[in-house]
Each structure stands twice: as C-alpha cells, then as structure tokens.
Design a protein around this ligand. Structure first.
Ligand code: AMP
Length: 407
C-alpha cells in the first residue's frame, strides 16, 4: 500500500514535467485485442496469453493491456494522427496488467506512465526522451539511480548478432536456465537480460552487440550521447542492455534504483521504428519512447524519505449544539465549502468537549461553535486554535476570517 498523498504528489510532478516537454496526454482502453498486443510484442499468441490476463468474447480474444506503447501506436495509426503537423508527442498514465508471480516491486496490476515521440528518427528525439525520463526523478528529488544506455543497431545488425549469440551459447546450452534455452531459439538477445547470477557469468564473456552494429546506427548513437552530455545527463554505456521486444532498434536505455531490491528497473525505453509496421501500418513510422513504473517509483521515494506536501490543512471544525444549531451548521458548512474552504462538522451527537478534542486532533485552524444564543444573534463563537483566543463573528463574516489566516 502506498500513501495516496505520495502518489498524488508524484503524479502531479510527473505531469508537470511531461507538460513542460510539450507532451499531450493520451488515454487508451485497458482492454485491447490480443492480436494487437501479440503482434506488437513479436511473440507467439501462446506466450502472450501465458504472460497476460486474457479472455474470449464471441470469436475475439482480448487482453488487459500489459503496456501502452502498442496501444498508443494503434491509436496514432487508427486516428491518422500522422497527418497533424510535425512529430507527435504523447504521454500516458494508467494501469497495466501482467500475469506474473507477485513480489516486491512486481505486481499483477501496476501503473505505468510514459511518453512517446512519433514520426521522427532524429537523434534529438531519443535524447529528449531519455532526458525527460531522468528529469522526472530529478524534479522529485530522487537520488541513487543510474541511467544505462546502449544501441541495438538496425534490424540487420540485430539479426547478425542473434546468429552470433546462438553460436556462442550453443556449447553451454545445458548450463542455461529452461527459459534461456527457449530464448536461444526464439530471441537470444533476451538471454543477455538475465537476472540469474550464474547466467550473468556466461553473459559477461559473450560477444558484444556493438561490434555488429551498422555504421548509421553508430553515428546515431554518438549523436544521442553528445546531446545527453550537452545537457549534463550522466549515463553509463552498457553493451549488454537490450530491450526484450523485437521491434526495438538503435537506442535502448534503462533507469535503475539501488534502493528497491531485486526488481530495480524504474523505467526503460528506446527506439521502436518497426512497431507501426508490425501492427499493420503500410509505412514505417519512426518512434521513440519510455515507460516507467509508478509503484517502484513510490518504493524508491519511501526508501529515501523523499517528502511530499501534507494534505490541505483544515480551515475549521464546526460544532452545533442543539437540533436547530446542528441544522444551521450543516448548511453553513456546505456554504463555506462552496466558498472554497476546507471544513468539517461532527456527525455524531457527542459532547462539546469531545468535539473540541476531535478538532484538535484534526489540527483545525479554527473551531466554530453555534448554540441557541448564537443562532438567535447570527454570530458564531470562533476559537482560534493556534492562539487560544475566542471571538464572536457574524455568520456572513466567517469566510473572511477563515480566509484571512491562509494569506
Ligand atoms: P517494461 O515495459 O517491462 O519495460 O516496464 C517498464 C517499467 O514498468 C519497469 O521499469 C517497471 O518500473 C515497471 N513494471 C514493469 N512490470 C511491472 C510489474 N509487474 N509490477 C510493477 N512494475 C512493473
């Protein structure tokens, strides 16, 4: 469980940064056709259904979305957003679902926020996505994170490298986990992603992707790094960093936190120039983006005691003594709230002393007391809870008094 106040503070900060980068919010459905997600992930529908929550209605198979990159690209294509001027910049925020074994930092339902720049292959777009990912952590005051980057090259370099990896891992097949043995055929690059220590040792000596990357991608990578340096963003190059999905090319990156245990990835992203075609576009649509986990961010914030603003303080606690006064207090509280004040009145029939205690506990700035006499004179007793003083205030002057302490 995370404190809603921390969540809200994080979400507001994230939105503020994303909007400064001129990303426009996009909201897409939680339920998507399995075919879209499966094609988007380049996996067989079998794998996809095992890793996701899926169900059938009529002849169609649906999934609860595991991520938002493919849904955003689907929306972009379906609504012809490429016809709008310039490249398109979107951000999203929402729940995702994966049928995983839950553990700290890994849940079946979690929340992602992220951004995509669609319609350009300019290296500045890659650098801007990376810079924005990191800028959000800076804005929140989060420390102890590390940004790693790499380039995957184009489709041909990826294919060449896959063949080289297959050859390298083949003699040690028996030492690999069952999952990696499967990947050896389907997608050997994913073996490099392993979190198992004994596999990491094997990976360490594997041939590096960089030596198989095409020249244009290398130039692109150099440009991305230069832009990052230009705005003072620290990064480490990691030749074994890959993105699991087939449609990624060129830039890949990940941000990790050292404070949240084994599930340490806070955010990841990269260039996915082939996704649009994979989900049915006739034309290639270059794009780059990032996706970040909200729950892991909150874990990291809590581990580092990152602070967030307290909830809005209570302007007043209202106490009505007697039936007629209670009805008046009910109406007065409603009007004060409409005026923009944050007030509460006791809904129990408790003694005045008990209600005053509640007012103290809620840290109300003022206590407003109305009994028969106050009702008759339309003047409330207003107790300043900080000063301990009390005065008589006409009902219609209450908003002015309550607002005055705020300035
Ligand atoms: P991915 O789409 O797998 O690259 O995920 C992007 C980010 O989402 C990760 O870096 C995590 O912060 C977060 N994330 C992914 N899967 C989960 C999960 N099952 N539970 C919580 N957070 C997740």
């Amino acid at each position: 469980m995370h404190r809603a106040a921390a969540w809200r503070h994080a979400e507001e900060t994230i939105r503020a940064v994303l909007e400064r980068f001129a990303f426009e919010e996009i909201r897409t459905p939680v339920v998507e056709p399995l075919a879209l997600i499966a094609r988007g992930m380049g996996g067989s529908t079998d794998i996809v259904t095992k890793e996701m929550f899926s169900f059938e209605r009529g002849k169609t198979h649906y999934v609860l979305r595991p991520e938002l990159t493919a849904p955003v690209m689907r929306a972009y294509l379906q609504h012809h957003m490429g016809q709008r001027p310039g490249e398109q910049r979107f951000f999203y925020f929402g729940p995702c679902f994966r049928a995983e074994r839950p553990q700290k930092g890994r849940y079946r339902q979690f929340h992602q926020y992220g951004a995509e720049i669609i319609g350009t292959n300019d290296a500045r777009a890659d650098a801007e996505i990376i810079a924005c990912t990191v800028e959000i952590y800076r804005a929140l005051g989060l420390k102890n994170t590390k940004l790693r980057i790499n380039t995957l090259g184009d489709a041909a370099s990826r294919a060449r490298y896959s063949a080289v990896l297959r050859e390298y891992f083949a003699p040690m097949k028996d030492k690999l986990s069952a999952a990696s043995q499967k990947r050896l055929q389907s997608n050997p690059l994913r073996i490099l992603d392993t979190k198992l220590d004994y596999e990491r040792d094997l990976v360490r000596n594997a041939p590096q992707l960089m030596t198989h990357v095409d020249e244009e991608s290398l130039n692109h990578y150099e440009a991305v790094k230069a832009y990052l340096k230009r705005v003072g963003i620290d990064f480490a190059e990691d030749p074994f960093l890959v993105r699991g999905l087939d449609y990624y090319s060129r830039t890949a990156f990940e941000v990790e936190s050292f404070d949240i245990g084994a599930q340490s990835a806070l955010a990841g992203g990269g260039r996915y120039d082939r996704l649009a075609e994979a989900i049915g576009s006739k034309q290639a649509v270059p794009a780059v983006g990032f996706a970040a986990g909200m729950e892991r961010l909150l874990l990291a914030m809590e581990a580092q005691d990152v602070s967030w603003p307290a909830a809005a303080p209570l302007d007043a606690f209202l106490i009505g003594l007697g039936e007629a006064a209670k009805a008046e207090v009910f109406a007065l509280a409603f009007q004060l709230r409409r005026d923009g004040l944050h007030v509460v009145h006791g809904l129990h029939n408790r003694s005045m002393k008990a209600q005053m205690r509640t007012a103290h506990r809620l840290r109300a700035r003022y206590c407003i007391i109305i009994g028969d006499n106050e009702l008759a004179s339309r003047q409330a007793q207003v107790k300043d809870m900080d000063q301990g003083t009390q005065e008589s205030v006409p009902f219609d002057a209450l908003p002015r008094i309550l607002f005055s302490h705020r300035s």
